[in-house]
Design a protein around this ligand. Structure first.
Ligand code: FES
Length: 107
């Protein structure tokens, strides 16, 4: 399943897409890092809220962390580990994606 065009995501930025995983419709966070994209479920491990404050609008700290809009948990963007805030030590759930043909696909 194709999720996005690579160039629809700003380098260093985020996008939100809907995808069916298993039998469930899920909201995903896509993060672009050059020619690479990483993805996680858009579900915060703290209280299960979405991390964006409006659809597709994610906060990034000056340290380069993704910040949950609900209560401010911060996540590093390699593994999705929570490095500060109420769920420190927990992590976002990674979703396997791959970049090919200028698109981002579920792996
Ligand atoms: S739901 Fe994300 S910090 Fe509380």
């Amino acid at each position: 399943m194709r999720l996005s065009a690579l160039n629809d995501i700003v380098d260093g930025g985020f996008a939100e897409v809907e995808a069916t995983i298993g039998d469930d419709a899920e909201s995903l966070i896509l993060f672009r890092d050059g020619d690479d994209v990483r993805a996680w479920l858009n579900v915060c491990p703290h209280a299960g809220r979405r991390l964006d404050w409006a659809p597709g609008q994610f906060l990034k700290s000056k340290d380069g962390h993704l910040v949950c809009a609900a209560h401010g948990a911060s996540f590093e963007l390699v593994r999705g580990d929570c490095v500060a805030g109420p769920c420190r030590g927990d992590a976002l759930r990674a979703v396997a994606v791959q970049v090919r043909d200028d698109g981002v696909w579920l792996a």
